[in-house]
Design a binder for this molecule. Sequence first.
Ligand code: LLP
Length: 432
Amino acid sequence: MHYFRYLGKELCCEEVPVAALVKKYGTPLYIYSQRTLTEHFEKLDRALGSLDHLICFAMKSNSNQAVLRTLGALGGGFDIVSEGELRRAIAAGADPGKCVFAGVGKTEAEIAFALEQGVYSFNVESEPELQRINKVAGRLKKIAPVAVRVNPNVDAHTHAKITTGTYANKFGIAFEEIEGVYARGAKLKHIRLRGLQMHIGSQLTSVAPFEEAVTKVIPLVQRLKARHALEFFSIGGGLGIVYDPALQSSSPAFWKSTAGKQILTPAIYATRLLPLLQPLGLRILLEPGRFISGNAGILVTRIEYVKQTGRKNFLIVDAAMNDLIRPAFYDAFHEIIPVRKQAGRRISSDVVGPICESGDFFAKDRPLPKVGEGDYLALLSAGAYGFAMASNYNTRSLAAEVLVNGKKSALVRARQPVEEIWAGETIAPWQK
Ligand code: LLP
């Protein structure tokens, strides 16, 4: 579900023609729909109904100030993974008391900063980390609220680089070891065992692994609640979205099943998980990133050249893997459509960027309408892990970002001036 669609021949974000934004701000350009962000948040929020819950947006998926402000205003908290993210969230008006601090490598400085700001909880990934948090809290004369991350050893059946819930990866503490960790943690003077956390992976397209993990962990939660008076259970993020064009449309059919495969919706998620979670009598935390931001953003790019090699039709565009790394990194699929709708025959094309790496592509052998130099293409579902993973590789400026709300639009990040890329660099004294 999203608000990028053609009105006549013009691709629009809500009620604003994409072409007008491109004319004003140039390309590569990220465009976000505030209405899509809002509706995704509210859909999930509503699905959880009367359950005491807090949705902590995984801001690693999209940390633009305007996006954070949108979700904070809806009552959302934030799942943060660094001091930088906490500072960004605070800059966007977030309440640190609604932020959970995750990540396997928290430094002492990060822990101290988060304690001073009063985060809701530290999601602890190892015993040495628990001891470090205790030590830092002691120094600051504070009590640190923590939730230990349990690794339930459940396979999320997602891409190898984004699966996190099995013992083959670095996350959390093994299911069997958790009770011992809580028993030892309870003796630490500056630790308050506030909850239990888990996250089994990202881009899950079926509810089954969530169900399996929650079912496995619930008896553990009950025991820990009885012993340590836990207040919350975080079931992490990971709700997948539809990237496949055969399924993706703004029509209600988008939510229906295809080829016998049911798409994961908040309703299905809630219907299957609420009966398990409700009896716990605990506050439930969620950490969705992609579900909220994924389909709320597009990346618009200009076709610089059409290169026909006899074997291939290459559309060489002005965006590159530094702007959106997902195809290169995960072989991810992003639907690509022209900003001005084209009728007629489709041509199998490769959409590639200007970087000298064969990984610098957005699509291979994709049937696309006949488009030419100077036309614009939109890469859909680029709102999560798009701009957030962008880099300056090839000394390419970070793209501009625009937020749309109905008929209104605003530049929410200016295109990076190229000189800024090396502004922090100097030559060594002996080179003068
Ligand atoms: N909670 C924890 C502890 C996480 O590690 C993550 C994501 C989330 C929540 C949010 O997951 P989501 O709801 O967005 O699936 N760059 C990759 C995705 C990496 C996910 C990392 N952790 C991609 O572009 O697909």
